[in-house]
Write a protein that binds this ligand. Structure first.
Ligand code: B12
Ligand code: SF4
Length: 462
């Protein structure tokens, strides 16, 4: 039996003031790994520094008290410096513990973490962690475990690819009972029901050049059966969950499957309210109507840009007119919409940035996120931008910070100004402010953090 401690790093201290509008989410990846390890008879402890707002010192004190055989941490790009520092301390204080890291950044650039850990787990990890436990028990050597990257002669060396989990139904449900579930909430003012995230599929067939998801899950989509999804939803409902967020990259990719699943959810009588992520080219009114009847209250759509040339440059495969249709359909279906808009994408000019803001105002989603383009390692965009980066500090690689890349036809200052202008023009309209008053009244904390975010993003007139 191996004793694991899995760390979810805090990103509040890394992201600055705007991050305080960030809600906490259960890290589903760690929850899946924990479930697999437990079914193998291992002990698993979760140190959710994000959910519980723990400092590095708190985390280290907990780890010392737990005395784990293996310390693992998940690592998105902006958290690299924090995770590196964590493992350096772990090496000093728990010299016998095996140190492993996984998640999007080590999957793309294990060399950044390897001097600090014994191994990076590349990509999907449910099968690999079983072998890592056997390594910790002295039964396997790392070289014989596919799916790792380890240091050999000062260089990051792959131990060979690990097959993706297929079928997904063979995975246990995420070990949510190990997490501080009360710390998690859906990111919308007033949505206060007990909340859980669920994944019904993995992988996305599209090739948007800025997106890192296929590095972990590949481009072939693997679906869970509707029976398995319904079992999980029933289990969650029994546990008191009233709101679910489907984290599938595009929940409506196969609209026939989506409708079939939604009919099962509707007929189950569970009465769940839920939200999902979707692409604009997969939001027809028939599907949305079935989704609405099944309890869907919000769909989040990556609009990215209002300029067709930019959309084509980033390989989005969506037309501006499809975006218009999608948001019209959403409004007509009675489902709330969130749009994600990115400034400074490859091919951006001051004119295309203006078009993005105009489109945001025209589509008028209920809520909009305006971020700057960040090239994440392992993506096609990162290779294109590698020579034009303004920072080598990974904690700067965040949608809500200053631009980290110099583009040919627009300066970083113009990108940032366009983003701030969009926030002002979108949110500080009488209609939008009025629309948000009830939800902010329902959550004074949100009103405060939204005000802080507005100031951080340059309102009024920074
Ligand atoms: C939901 C989500 C969020 C939520 C919740 C994040 C969370 N804490 O869980 C919110 C909105 C808060 C969020 C924030 C951000 N996100 Co996000 N997010 C997602 C999304 C859509 C799903 C995440 C998920 O649950 N996946 C399902 C689980 C099963 O997969 P997983 O986490 O990758 O875990 C598996 C493996 O990676 C591995 N693994 C992961 N951790 C570990 C640790 C160990 C020890 C081991 C052994 C293995 C291992 O094993 C797991 C099981 O196979 C993904 C896209 C995607 N498809 O994953 C983007 C994604 C992860 N996010 C991304 C980004 C960029 C961000 C932000 C940096 C955005 C920003 N502000 O700039 C922040 C980072 C904050 C943070 N700490 O995560 C990128 C990551 C790119 C990168 N290089 O970092 C992704 C891939 C989106 C994309 N299209 O590119 N995100
Ligand atoms: S941005 Fe969305 S549609 Fe594009 S590749 Fe990523 S997950 Fe797929």
């Amino acid at each position: 039996m191996v004793r694991w401690a899995l760390v979810h790093p805090p990103y509040g201290e890394v992201f600055g003031p705007v991050s305080r509008t960030d809600h906490s989410e259960m890290p589903l990846g760690l929850a899946y790994i924990a479930a697999v390890l437990q079914t193998q008879g291992h002990e698993v402890y979760i140190v959710d520094a994000m959910g519980l707002n723990l400092s590095m010192d708190n985390v280290l004190a907990l780890l010392e008290a737990l005395g784990p055989d293996v310390v693992g941490a998940t690592c998105p790009t902006p958290l690299v410096p924090w995770v590196q520092a964590l493992f350096d301390e772990v090496r000093q204080r728990l010299p016998d513990a095996l140190r492993v890291c996984g998640g999007p950044h080590p999957t793309a650039r294990p060399e950044d973490l390897l001097p600090h850990v014994h191994a990076c787990v590349i990509g999907e990890a449910e099968d690999t962690v079983i072998d890592v436990s056997r390594w910790a028990e002295g039964e396997l050597r790392p070289a014989s475990i596919p799916g790792l990257s380890v240091l050999r002669g000062g260089r990051a060396v792959s131990t060979g690819p690990r097959a993706l989990v297929d079928p997904l139904d063979r995975l246990p449900f995420p070990a949510r009972h190990l997490f501080p579930c009360d710390a998690y909430s859906f990111d919308y003012p007033g949505e206060d029901e007990t909340y859980a995230s669920v994944m019904t599929s993995r992988g996305c067939p599209h090739g948007c050049t800025f997106c890192a998801t296929s590095l972990t899950f590949g481009r072939r989509v693997r679906y869970r059966s509707t029976d398995s999804v319904m079992d999980e939803l029933r289990h969650l409902s029994r546990e008191g969950v009233g709101f679910v967020f489907f984290f599938d990259d595009t929940f409506t990719l196969d609209t026939a499957r989506t409708r079939a699943l939604c009919r099962r959810i509707r007929d189950s009588g569970l009465g769940l309210r839920w939200a999902c992520l979707a692409r604009a080219d997969r939001l027809d009114s028939d599907t949305l109507s079935v989704m609405h009847d099944a309890g869907c209250v919000e769909v989040q759509v990556g609009v990215e840009s209002g300029d067709q040339r930019v959309l084509d440059t980033i390989g989005k495969g969506v037309k501006v007119d499809q975006l218009r249709h999608a948001f019209r359909n959403l409004r007509e279906s009675g489902i709330r919409s969130k749009g994600f808009f990115i400034y400074g994408l490859p091919g951006e000019t001051p004119e295309s940035a203006r078009r993005t803001t105009e489109l945001a105002l025209e589509l008028d989603p209920d809520y909009a996120y305006f971020g700057v383009f960040v090239p994440f390692p392992g993506t096609a965009s990162f290779s294109q931008c590698a020579d034009n980066l303004l920072s080598s500090d990974w904690s700067d690689f965040c949608f809500f910070k200053e631009p980290v890349v110099v583009m040919d036809d627009i300066s970083p200052e113009e990108v940032e100004a366009a983003r701030r202008d969009a926030v002002r023009r979108f949110y500080f309209r009488p209609g939008k402010l009025l629309a948000h008053i009830p939800t902010f009244l329902a959550s004074p904390r949100r009103a405060l953090t939204a005000a802080e975010a507005a100031v951080a993003l340059g309102w009024p007139g920074r």
